[in-house]
Design a protein around this ligand. Structure first.
Ligand SMILES: *[C@@H]1O[C@H](CO)[C@@H](O)[C@H](O)[C@H]1NC(C)=O
Ligand SMILES: *[C@@H]1O[C@H](CO)[C@@H](O)[C@H](O)[C@H]1NC(C)=O
Length: 297
């Protein structure tokens, strides 16, 4: 039924109105309601031109209930989240390029918080949210329909994010620090498969001790968890073998139990950071034929 409404909406979309009218025609009812609640309807109907990454009703329905309720209650937060879906000017999909960052209407201390656009083959994502329909023309702008609600990315880079989340990444932080990789991980953009403390705890204690004492081996293992570029989960495909910074490849498997990287399960995908993305994994990855010296593995 939802799909049908959506398709009917598309047919009606031929007669373009302003952004709010077009969003209504596209069937984005929740978006229009929230934009109205946040007091942004006038701006989006009469201002512009704007480019809007408009989430579907389904995208809002996928949000945890507490978050949706909080957005409905807190109008300032709601307006911030919605502004984060809007950039100034008309930007068509043909003008989007990989790793493009575009300033949104949301500002933090006077600075625009940027949306990051990534392109995987033909697939466009905005902050990891797949764009399911591009280039819908309104009189005062353009709408790209996304299937996930975007939240402003935390203004943290990879090392800061790991440091902030010691509860689950303290071993990883220790390892990264011992291998002198903090500076490297401030660069990028990188995709980091981040093993949790539980993942490191699965490595036999004596082995972990030796690994932490051998910087060469440790560097090999850690850089085997890093891929160049920002690869959100939407950009991963089954059977793909991305090359790691260490040099060897990891294998991506996408199946009924989610996304696997070699033998590690992705517990949480798409933790956006300023210089890439982190996917949290439950097992430490070891390069093929890895040998850290006598007595290790
Ligand atoms: C919207 O307008 C642009 C520029 O004129 C055009 O390239 C695009 O195809 C239009 N979109 C649709 C869905 O017709
Ligand atoms: C340290 O690790 C490297 C690379 O894995 C290995 O070749 C070397 O033998 C190890 N050194 C010691 C002292 O175990």
């Amino acid at each position: 039924m939802k799909t049908l409404c959506f398709v009917l909406g598309l047919v009606a979309a031929v007669s373009a109105g302003n952004i709010v009218e077009l969003a209504t025609q596209l069937g984005a009812k929740t978006l229009v309601k929230l934009v109205t609640d946040a007091g942004l309807a006038d701006t989006l109907a009469t201002g512009g031109p704007f480019t809007v990454f408009g989430p579907t009703d389904e995208a809002f329905n996928k949000l945890p209930r507490e978050i949706l309720e909080r957005l409905m209650r807190d109008k300032t937060l709601l307006a911030d989240v919605l502004k984060y879906h809007v950039i100034s000017g008309k930007v068509y999909s043909s003008q989007l390029s990989n790793e493009l960052t575009a300033p949104s209407l949301l500002t933090d201390n006077g600075e625009a918080v940027k949306i990051r656009i990534n392109i995987y083959g033909q697939k466009v994502t905005a902050d990891g949210s797949p764009v399911v329909l591009v280039d819908q023309n309104a009189t005062n702008g353009v709408i790209h329909v996304v299937n996930r609600v975007m939240f402003p990315i935390p203004l943290r880079n990879i090392p800061t994010e790991i440091t902030q989340e010691q509860r689950r990444f303290s071993t990883l932080l220790t390892a990264v620090t011992k291998a002198n990789l903090v500076k490297t991980l401030e660069g990028g953009p990188f995709t980091l498969f981040a093993p949790t403390n539980e993942a490191f705890a699965k490595v036999p204690a004596a082995t972990l001790q030796k690994l932490l004492a051998n910087v060469t081996a440790l560097t090999d293992v850690l850089t085997y968890h890093v891929v160049s570029g920002t690869v959100f989960s939407a950009g991963l495909s089954d059977g793909e073998m991305p090359k790691t910074v260490e040099g060897k490849t990891v294998t991506v498997k996408i199946g009924s139990n989610g996304v696997m990287i070699n033998d590690a399960r992705v517990e949480e995908a798409d933790l956006a950071v300023t210089n890439g993305v982190i996917h949290v994994i439950d097992t430490v990855l070891l390069p093929p034929a890895f040998n850290a010296g006598p007595g290790i593995y």
